[in-house]
Design a protein around this ligand. Structure first.
Ligand code: CA
Length: 223
C-alpha cells in the first residue's frame, strides 16, 4: 500500500512516515497543498493522510479539489483540537475518516489500514479471470455467454477468489472474508461451497479456472 502524507509540521510528518513504514506502507510526504495535488495526480495512492492546517492551500481545499477532479482516493483528515467545524466540513467534502490531534500512532496506523481496505473494496467493479466476468454492481457472473445463478454466499466467495486471482486462498482466509468468522467452524463448509461454485463456473467449460492447491487452499486462475 502506498500512502501520501500531507503535513507541514516536520516532526509530525516524520513520525507518521516512520510509523507507517514500520507497518509496511510505502510513504510519500508533502508539506504543501499544491504539491499534494500534483503528487496525487501523478501517483495512484491507496490512501492520503491530510492535515487540515497547511500553509497556503489548506487540507479542506486540497480535499475538495481532489473530489472535484474525480479522485476518490480514501482520505484521513488530521485536525487540531477544536477544529470541530472543519472536521464536519471535511466529512461533507468527501473525507473518509478524521483523527483529532494529538493521536496515538497505533490508532493512526490502524485507521490508515482500514482506509486502504475501503479503497480496495471500492476499486474495480467488474472483475475478470480468463473468460469469467463478475459484475459486482449488477451482481452478475457470466462465462462464455452463460449467466450463473449464484446465492449471496457463492457470490461473495467468487468475488473474494477473483479479487485474489492467481494467489492461493487458504480455508481460514476464506472463512474470515466470506463468512466473517474469526474462528474455524471445523466443518467442511468451505469445501462444500467450493464444490458448488466449481460446478457452476467450471462445469462444461475449458480451461478450468478454480484449482485446488493440496494442503493449502484454492486458487482461481486462467492457466
Ligand atoms: Ca499542519
Amino acid at each position: 500500500m502506498r500512502v501520501l502524507v500531507v503535513e507541514d509540521e516536520k516532526k509530525t510528518a516524520s513520525f507518521i512516515r516512520k510509523a507507517l513504514q514500520a507497518d509496511g506502507f510505502a510513504v510519500d510526504v508533502c508539506d504543501r497543498g499544491d504539491d499534494a495535488l500534483a503528487a496525487a495526480a501523478a501517483t495512484p495512492f491507496d490512501g492520503i493522510v491530510l492535515d487540515i492546517m497547511l500553509p497556503g492551500r489548506d487540507g479542506l481545499s486540497v480535499l475538495r479539489q481532489l473530489r472535484e477532479g474525480k479522485n476518490h482516493t480514501p482520505v484521513l483528515l488530521l485536525s487540531a483540537r477544536g477544529e470541530v467545524n472543519e472536521r464536519v466540513e471535511g466529512l461533507n467534502a468527501g473525507a473518509d475518516d478524521y483523527l483529532p490531534k494529538p493521536f496515538a500512532v497505533a490508532e493512526l496506523v490502524a485507521r490508515v489500514r482500514a482506509l486502504g481496505r475501503r479503497g480496495a473494496e471500492s476499486k474495480v467493479p467488474v472483475l475478470r479471470v480468463g473468460d469469467l466476468t463478475l459484475d459486482t454492481i449488477l451482481h452478475r457472473a457470466e462465462r462464455g455467454g452463460q449467466f450463473f445463478d449464484l446465492t449471496a454466499r457463492e457470490f461473495r466467495l467468487l468475488e473474494f477468489l477473483m479479487r485474489s486471482a492467481g494467489r492461493t486462498c487458504g480455508r481460514m482466509s476464506i472463512i474470515e472474508k466470506v463468512w466473517d468468522y474469526d474462528f474455524d467452524p471445523g466443518t467442511n463448509l468451505v469445501d462444500v461451497y467450493i464444490k458448488r461454485l466449481r460446478e457452476k463456473i467450471d462445469g462444461g467449460f475449458e480451461p478450468k479456472l478454480l484449482h485446488t492447491v493440496r494442503g493449502a487452499g484454492y486458487v482461481l486462475a486462467a492457466r
